[in-house]
Design a binder for this molecule. Sequence first.
Ligand SMILES: NC(=O)c1ccc[n+]([C@@H]2O[C@H](COP(=O)([O-])OP(=O)(O)OC[C@H]3O[C@@H](n4cnc5c(N)ncnc54)[C@H](O)[C@@H]3O)[C@@H](O)[C@H]2O)c1
Length: 260
Amino acid sequence: MSSDLSGRVAVVTGGASGIGEAVARLAVERGAAVVIADLDPARATAVADDLGGHAVALDVGSAPDVAAVAEQIEREIGAVDVLVTSAGITQRPTPPEDYDVADWDEVFRVDLRGTWLCAVEFGRRMAVRGQGSIVTIASVAGMRSMPLHAYTPAKAGVIAMTADLAAEWGRSGIRVNSVAPGYTLTPLLRERIERGERDPSNLAGESALGRMVDADEIAKAVCFLASDEASAITGVNLPVDAGWLVAPTWRTYDGIPDKR
Ligand SMILES: NC(=O)c1ccc[n+]([C@@H]2O[C@H](COP(=O)([O-])OP(=O)(O)OC[C@H]3O[C@@H](n4cnc5c(N)ncnc54)[C@H](O)[C@@H]3O)[C@@H](O)[C@H]2O)c1
């Protein structure tokens, strides 16, 4: 099967939880040797042990850490064919006047700088070898306005960066794409719901399909883009959002129609 990843070495940042964990599990099922690179080494090791992969501790926002981990993985496990950048944090909805700039900086440090550092560090090695596939995890938040004044522009930056890197490295045999998840019930989102910062019935009800997304559904899109099945696809941002992007404007009329 061409969405097969056998023989590939795949690094998944943020692979110890949620979307990254689902990607790591599916990539192993499809034959990849997976390395989970995560800020939480205990959880990364538990997941890696469970699925038969490798774990490394990594803060994606730290340039020396990212360089050292890339070097260690290539030395100990092998040349990296696939990079998935799922490490990320979000924020509470906050008026700009009340938003602490240190919190703003941290969202940018992890979500945008962390994606950049990992893409460049692994991408430079892929470019020398003339092959590789990078899938960044953006968000529908990067495609619309929301009261998330750091997260939204950081994710818009991830989408722009992905397109830039796709053009930069196309002739070097690297494809670079992003997946933009809609609301996906992972530990990250569950925590926000429990704190009362997101309403689950709104999250599900505001989409064409009338539901949230499963992490497994994101993983399938990511593994497709990472595989040879997507061999002519580069520079795209693929929303996997249960139709959240197409639905809200229908509120100007009578809303999304009920089942016929
Ligand atoms: N869950 C959603 O609804 C949703 C929607 C759109 C986009 N996303 C994006 O998907 C990605 C994964 O989110 P999730 O819902 O699976 O979250 P999650 O909290 O379940 O998993 C995120 C993982 O990233 C790791 N991480 C955090 N900071 C890190 C750092 N500095 N260095 C390395 N690892 C770090 C965490 O330890 C955790 O294991 C994020 O980029 C998030 O913005 C999530």
